[in-house]
Design a protein around this ligand. Structure first.
Ligand code: NAP
Ligand code: HSE
Length: 427
């Protein structure tokens, strides 16, 4: 039987894993699909670069046309990353009736609707399981496993690099910059790790998850984003003392038909299973009206975990090709997107303030909380230096709008030396 031929775009961390799995698991893959799967050509930037695996030299190319315009190739597997020229390559490939598997969350979060529309028009498959949470099959679960339910909340650690950094800072007291370098060396980080540490990578993934979970076209701009670059060892130590861990959490919620989506460093109560997810591991908690609470856990980045998801998508496309049912899976959002206002978003918050240590300061702070209708949960004060004090406050549930107004009011107080940190609190 004629083999299914793949054009691989990229032979970096993930591409290397894809070659390893397709070659190493060939017998199993053939048994599952019924047809051999062959990597025909591989696009790279630099053919003469040393590679972690041995690849026939004739398979490597620097010319995308040898793949995109190659009539022998049935399927493009895109693991090169970035927006352009990647988007053009994918659209051109779809135009020619080639199916697409991609691990590219940047592209799917920003241009997923154009790509899926083109695929539907051409009767092609586009699968992107590896774009969210590496080796965890969360996209398939949202599309298929939860198709009978109405999802109310998706909360997760969806970036391996930042979880690796925060875990090492919390468990080993490691230094932020050092651990970031380690995560880069291990192949977890994006080519520009700013998108990991500033929360953009997680925001892109939450855009994809929220769109699939809530059936509304959530855009990247709908996600409130804050990264981990300002999380200090002091914050992590306070979190521990109070019974929390600091995690970069993506939280997408639906209340009636109103949505809110955010990515921010969050203090998570250490009794919540997400608090004990460490290292490069990711976890996605999904709450459905009927099913209740579920949680998915696994490696969120790295060569073989990510390639596992990519190759599962290859198998899915290959099976569809064999059955002649490609282009049937596209899930278009069918609900109108309605977002919550800041007044409608509520949470508990942690605040760490540095203030002048003099009479009446605490009274003025509590008055500001009262002015903005933010109720105090707990307050700790301790000396900072000869003239200053540190005040730690955990609030009860408060609206985001009221918290913003409170921060603004506190910022104008003459006794305030600084709002050192400010975190959402979960659980
Ligand atoms: P990577 O290690 O940087 O590899 C990128 C590969 O693409 C390299 O082989 C590079 O060629 C090639 N490439 C890049 N730009 C190219 C261009 N313009 N023309 C031709 N070839 C080009 O990246 P990666 O970590 O494997 O990530 C790939 C994709 O998977 C990204 O979208 C990333 O977000 C996603 N992803 C990564 C992980 C992970 O753990 N790393 C997990 C999930 C998803 P050279 O080798 O010649 O430089
Ligand atoms: N840089 C990403 C992460 C890769 O650290 O999670 C997986 O998407």
């Amino acid at each position: 039987m004629k083999p299914i031929k793949i054009g691989l775009l990229g032979l970096g961390t993930v591409g290397t894993g894809v070659v390893r799995i397709v070659e190493g698991h060939q017998e199993d893959l053939q048994s599952k699909i019924g047809i051999p799967v062959v990597i025909e050509k591989i696009l790279v930037k630099n053919r003469s670069k040393a590679r972690a695996i041995q690849v026939d030299d004739h398979k490597l190319t620097e010319d995308p046309n040898e793949i995109i315009n190659n009539p022998e190739i049935d399927m493009i597997v895109e693991v090169m990353g970035g927006i352009e020229p990647t988007k053009s390559y994918i659209l051109d490939a779809l135009e020619q009736g080639k199916h697409v598997v991609t691990a590219n969350k940047d592209l799917m979060a920003l241009h997923g609707s154009d790509i899926l529309a083109k695929a539907a028009q051409k009767g092609c498959d586009v699968f992107y399981e590896a774009s969210v949470a590496g080796g965890i099959p969360i996209i398939r679960s949202l599309i298929e496993g939860f198709s009978s339910d109405r999802i109310t909340k998706i909360m997760g650690i969806v970036n391996g690099t930042t979880n690796y950094i925060l875990s090492k800072m919390s468990l080993e007291g490691a230094d932020y910059a050092e651990v970031l370098k380690e995560a880069q060396a291990l192949g977890y980080a994006e080519s520009d790790p700013t998108s990991d540490v500033e929360g953009l990578d997680a925001a892109r993934k939450m855009t994809i998850l929220a769109t699939l979970g809530f059936h509304a076209a959530v855009a990247l701009d709908d996600v409130a984003v804050k990264g981990i670059s300002k999380v200090s060892k002091a914050d992590i130590a306070y979190a521990k003392k109070l019974g929390y861990e600091v995690k970069l959490l993506g939280i997408a919620e639906r209340q009636d038909e109103l949505l809110s989506i955010s990515v921010e460093p969050t203090m998570v109560r250490n009794s919540h299973p997400i608090a004990s997810v460490n290292g490069v591991f990711n976890a996605v908690y999904v709450h459905g009206e009927a099913v209740g609470e579920t949680m998915f856990y696994g490696p969120g980045a790295g060569e073989l975990p990510t390639a596992t998801s990519v190759v599962s998508d290859i198998v899915a496309v290959a099976k569809n090709l064999k059955l002649g049912v490609t282009g049937q899976r596209a899930v278009a959002p069918y609900k109108e997107k309605k977002l919550k206002s800041a007044q409608q978003i509520s949470s508990k918050y942690f605040l760490r303030l540095h203030v002048a240590d003099k009479a009446g300061v605490l009274a003025k702070i509590t008055q500001s909380f009262a002015n903005q209708e933010v109720s105090l949960g707990s307050v700790i004060q301790q000396p900072l230096d000869e003239s200053g004090a540190e005040i730690i406050i955990v609030t009860h549930e408060a609206s985001k709008a009221n918290m913003n107004a409170l921060l603004e009011e506190l910022g104008q107080m003459d006794f305030l030396k600084g709002i050192e940190s400010y975190y959402r609190v979960e659980g």
